[in-house]
Ligand binder design. Structure first.
Ligand code: ADP
Ligand code: MG
Length: 257
């Protein structure tokens, strides 16, 4: 469902250039949940932005559902949608929830907006009363639910999730992660989840790739992660940094295994 081959992305030119992604390759099967982890600045968001079509300046190959991302094919937004880290920045402050959710439908010429908006709100656990609210009338968790609902409006096959809970309180994080698990189970959506936190990925994903300084340094399944047996010292260090968090979130997570 997702194929990334030898992807490279640089910002700027010459001696001052940042080589954010340096020859990254990975594959994600249909219905799989794949994690991309690594500390801040390792290039995770850049990979996601390429897949979402938000970065045009890259080398290598990237495809979703067999459609080359470089083609800028009109079907791409209906295949893969991105959810951003900061739900405070990702919703327009002067647009109602109704407008935020209707917009993708209008752009793609899909009718029956009202019913679809109400259904989408229900799917993310928000009642119809939320439809005409503004972002400043919502909590952080509610905003992220709206952002997820918006990403689902075109019924994509892939969700690209960029640290979707790291701006939220720990209790709210687990709610959003549970919601994403439920959506995946109900719809068979393929998830590509970026996180700097291995505990979150351990709860959400089947496999993961570890990035460091623009490179994938290790790829493994979650069983290996749970045995705390990653090969690379860098990964073990990330695991240690995620431990305290692990207990707090694990207590609140629903298991769909
Ligand atoms: P991560 O998501 O893993 O924290 P990013 O993909 O955001 O990492 O960033 C990787 C590197 O690319 C960082 O050094 C960052 O500063 C740089 N970078 C990302 N986006 C831009 C941009 N638009 N312009 C210049 N540098 C950028
Ligand atoms: Mg990032």
């Amino acid at each position: 469902m997702i194929s990334v081959r030898d992807l490279s992305v640089s910002f700027g030119r010459g001696a001052g250039a940042t080589h954010a992604v340096r020859g990254v390759s990975f594959e994600v099967a249909e219905g799989e949940s794949f994690g991309l982890v690594g500390e801040s600045g390792s290039g995770k968001s850049t990979v996601l932005r390429v897949l979402a079509g938000l970065n045009r300046d890259w080398a290598g190959r990237a495809a979703v559902a067999g459609v080359d991302v470089a083609s800028r094919d009109r079907r791409l937004p209906r295949i893969a949608q991105m959810v951003f880290q900061d739900p405070y920045a990702s919703l327009h402050p002067r647009h109602t929830v109704d407008r935020a959710l209707s917009e993708p439908l209008a752009i793609h010429g899909i009718g029956d907006a009202g019913a679809r908006v109400e259904r989408a709100l229900a799917d993310v656990g928000l009642g119809p009363a939320f439809r005409f609210r503004y972002p400043n009338q919502l909590s952080g968790g509610q905003r992220q639910r709206v952002a997820i609902a918006r990403a689902l409006m075109l019924e994509p096959r892939v969700l690209l999730l960029d640290e979707p809970t790291s701006a939220l309180d720990v209790s709210v994080q687990a709610e959003i992660l549970n919601l994403l698990k439920r959506l995946r189970a109900a719809r068979g959506i393929t998830l590509l989840l970026v996180s700097h936190n291995l505990a979150v990925v351990g709860h959400m994903c089947d496999r993961l790739a570890v990035m460091n300084r623009g490179l994938v340094v290790e790829e493994m399944d979650v069983a290996t992660l749970r045995r705390a047996a990653p090969r690379e010292a860098y990964t073990r260090q990330l695991l240690l940094a995620s431990r305290g968090y692990d207990r707090a979130v694990a207590a609140a997570m629903v298991s769909f295994d």
